[in-house]
Write a protein of this length. Structure first.
Length: 109
């Protein structure tokens, strides 16, 4: 029985660490008319390693969550991003639930 050695995961982890950072979560501030807007994202990362086909892999996903605005007088406000896809999916799931319950009730009669 031969023993396969696993690839060293450190290069993949180092590459992932290089991709993720403060600049990935907080975007570049935009200033206009004395106000500043700082976009904010949720960043997720993952990686893997293993002997199958000499494994290793990394991935990063970023989604906008909103923005901080700083007015000229120094007041800070949070403005959440609206994910229309999630709203539509929620409506579809609710409709599916209503249809399933209506079908169940109709069969019991």
């Amino acid at each position: 029985m031969t023993q396969q050695s696993s690839p060293d995961p450190r290069p993949a982890v180092d590459q992932l660490a290089d991709r993720i950072g403060r600049d990935q979560v907080f975007g570049a501030p935009v200033e206009q008319a004395g106000a500043v807007v700082v976009p904010v994202a949720r960043v997720r990362a993952g990686g893997g390693s293993g002997p199958g086909r000499r494994g290793q892999g990394t991935g990063v996903v970023a989604r906008p969550v909103g923005a901080f605005s700083i007015s000229a007088d120094g007041k800070v406000s949070w403005h959440p991003a609206v994910d229309v896809n999630r709203i539509v999916l929620g409506g579809q799931l609710a409709l599916l639930g209503v249809v399933a319950i209506a079908g169940f009730v109709a069969r019991r009669r």
